[in-house]
Write a protein that binds this ligand. Sequence first.
Ligand code: ATP
Length: 440
Amino acid sequence: MIIGIDDTDSKDGMCTTYLAAVLIEKLKTYGTPGGYPLLVRLNPNIKYKTRGNAALALCIELNNKEDAGKVKSSVISTVEDMAVFSDDNTNPGVVFIERTTPQMQDDLSLFSMRAVQDVLKIREALELLEKHGISYRGYKNKRGLIGALAAAGFALCGLPDFTFELIAYREREKWGTPRQIDEGSVREAASTPGTWDTVDYENKRIVFAPHSPDPILFGIRGESESAVRQAFSKVKSEPVERHIVYKTNQNTDMHLIPARISDVRSCRSYILEGRVSKPPRTIEGGHVIFELSDGSRTLECAAFEPTKGFRGIIRKLRTGDEVTVYGSVKDNTLNLEKIRIISLNTYESRNPICCGKRMKSMGRGQGYRCEKCNTKSKEPVTEIVQRDISPGFYEVPPSARRHLAKPLVRDRMIEAASSCARSRASIPPACQPVREKILF
Ligand code: ATP
């Protein structure tokens, strides 16, 4: 049985991952977990989200098929006990997938992907649930069914790319109090190979622990279960009530859709190629904005204040630079998560020089005149400008990273692992190690 759950928490406390962690324990009576619990991040631009738009799915191999009813009752009573129903914006949803068909798999794999990349209606979730006879429980306006069905869909159809997060939870009496975590041990944990975003080195901040009053003590993200467990073993902190390793679509860029600017719609996330058509400017609040054009249309791209040093890179762009931008679009502005500078415009059109000084423009299209000797020139001159930035990828710091955004360090790990696999493939099979182990 696959159980999908969403929308149980509020800004003032609780967290759907904690509810899932409690359920994992309770459901052990009825069977064994079928794989990792899934922590799925959905469209980061959904206005109803509490924080990170997370939804959860658990898979259980029942000891006894007759226990299905008991499992459903246990899940429903746990949700009814723990969800913050008093919050207007909390609309819990739970779904139970007990059997599947190829048509259901096709429909759910599309629905789940759309939940990450698009904006869905509650009606769409209800129609699919009815069409495939999936049992469910939706509370209040039932919006949580969207996330619950999407998470269950990923559990059924698989995640195209995934990472892991070990979440450690606090003892109940500590909820809402400052977290006690030894900083030195966190720095040591952060250096564990195959993990990322524990510490923001550039901004000298520990970023793996939230500041909200929820049950989470901290979360460690990484490429494998062993990597996150190894890092976890190094952290010294207040007592951990329980911890769970989730399989997740975090840090996979799953939300990004390659597109042309003319196809962009608000509340979706994109990969867009183009040229800087208006240079960067800093606006009130310290946000840096430039205009991108791809011939089909133009779009403003923003490095917002929380992206800190990343803004310094964006400020160095010039009109004509060729770039690929990655991020979500809202209010006709793309919120930059990362950028690839493909080529730099190193040419600049300037007034010609005469008598050791720049000639004066005589007005638009009128040419130039030397103020000293009156020499005239029709055309400007093209000069080479030095740039103090290089082509390549640049990203926001960990403290400003969105859950779904793939950090560059992860790309480097994947590249290192595949080149390691390529070089192993070139060794005759008899020489290959018996147990494969990829070291990041
Ligand atoms: P937390 O991450 O702290 O658990 P949250 O940020 O996940 O909280 P929710 O409380 O789950 O936020 O609220 C998000 C709501 O938006 C849910 O009801 C979910 O079903 C719905 N939702 C998620 N993705 C989409 C989507 N693509 N289109 C429409 N609704 C969505």
